[in-house]
Ligand binder design. Structure first.
Ligand code: SF4
Length: 389
């Protein structure tokens, strides 16, 4: 029985950053108590109709800014999850937090509520870059938050950085990487800035008001960080993620291995029993659909679900390749693929595998197909080959 994972979306932020395209809203904090109640209703509604008692081995509060929610709400949601699901004894329970939105006391309360891992959105150690990203914290907040987290008993900490910022120099990036590694987190995520359509950054860049980051410099930043982190003991396990041995994010591995997860909250996505689904985006509508309780659609959907589909086996095989190839060492195991789909990777994708291995983009390592190191920077081009038909 494959354990599942539980994702909870918390769509509140103090301020909407100009580069962000997540489903999150500023100035709606008055709705937090009702939202927390709706989340609990959704958890109960789905869990009550579960046909089996498959345990859950990870919980992830993502956002938005989950650390904005009062800890009494987080505690009540964790209690509801414990009631509704069998949680494994080694549960990984992560909360995304923004430095500057936590206190020593709130972190101690989160730990007491059962959370055991934090992911801080640091983004940069450079004050000018943080201002440009419209982030409300400075690096002192990061140092303070990490110290408080450790004092509260959080041993597992992820720190996020963004590279490829407009006018960011290689030296500034190197300084940010060194300063976060000085804090000795067990996990580090590094994402390239993307100028998404529909965000202020995307619009400003399209109008020439924001210098477009230099892709060659961004590649240099990535390659420098890869080497630096490896030299100081972090192992890269996914295109954008590094961890000390044994500290990989179990929750994110669930996504990359294309394994089941429930999604709760406004705009949350789930993938359970071969059904993919997503919830309504707006906070108020989400609450209205769940409080007071209304009749529930078929499992695993909830009254908040607005999209659902059952991907074909071919779709699921393609997704498994696209996601699994992100795992730079593990790749996609042919044995696991065959056990799941009844066909080997090469038989399912003969032309793609032959061409990409010939071009030096993919390689076989034991029984797994994975990206070659030089393909990591152009992973998306490789992944897209698997959805070509
Ligand atoms: S804090 Fe994070 S989730 Fe919120 S608006 Fe900024 S980037 Fe988006």
């Amino acid at each position: 029985m494959i354990p599942s994972s539980l994702y909870l979306h918390i769509p509140f932020c103090v301020h909407r950053c100009a580069y962000c395209d997540f489903n999150t809203y500023a100035g709606q904090e008055a709705l937090i108590p009702a939202y927390a109640e709706a989340l609990i209703r959704e958890i109960e509604s789905v869990a009550a109709r579960r046909p089996d008692a498959t345990p859950a081995h990870s919980i992830f509060f993502g956002g938005g800014t989950p650390s904005l929610i009062a800890t009494r709400h987080l505690s009540a949601i964790m209690d509801a999850l414990r009631q509704a699901f069998t949680l494994t004894p080694d549960l990984e329970a992560t909360l995304e937090a923004n430095p500057g939105t936590v206190t020593a006391q709130s972190l101690a309360e989160m730990r007491a509520a059962g959370l055991n891992r934090l992911s801080f959105g640091v983004q940069s150690a450079n004050p000018g870059e943080l201002r440009m990203l419209e982030r409300a914290h400075d690096f002192f907040d990061v140092i303070q938050s990490v110290q408080w987290a450790r004092e509260a008993g959080f041993e597992r900490l992820n720190l996020d950085l963004i590279y490829g910022l407009p006018e960011q120099s290689l030296e500034s990036w190197q300084n940010s990487v060194k300063r976060i590694t000085d804090l000795a987190p067990d996990h580090i995520s590094m994402y390239a800035l993307t100028l998404e359509h529909g965000t202020p950054f995307g619009r400003w860049a399209a109008r020439g008001l924001l210098p477009i980051p230099d892709p060659d410099l961004a590649a240099e930043m990535y390659e420098w960080a890869e080497e630096y982190l490896t030299n100081i003991g972090y192992a890269q396990y996914e295109i954008s993620n590094w961890a000390l041995p044994g500290q990989e994010s179990r929750h994110n591995l669930q996504y990359w291995r294309n394994l089941p997860y429930f999604g709760f909250g406004a705009g949350a996505h789930g993938s359970i029993d071969g059904i993919r689904y997503s919830n309504v985006l707006r906070i108020k509508t989400y609450i209205e659909r769940l409080v007071p309780p209304s009749s529930s659609p078929a499992y695993p959907l909830s009254p908040a679900t607005v999209n659902q589909n059952r991907p074909s086996q071919r779709d699921t095989m393609q997704e498994t390749m696209m996601l699994g190839l992100r795992l730079v060492h593990e790749g996609v195991s042919d044995t696991v693929f065959r056990a799941r789909f009844g066909i080997g990777i090469h038989d399912a994708f003969p032309h793609e595998v032959d061409e990409l291995t010939r071009l030096g983009m993919l390689e076989w390592h034991n029984d797994a197909l994975r990206l070659t190191p030089r393909a990591r920077l152009i992973g998306n081009q490789v992944f897209m080959r698997f959805v070509g038909d």
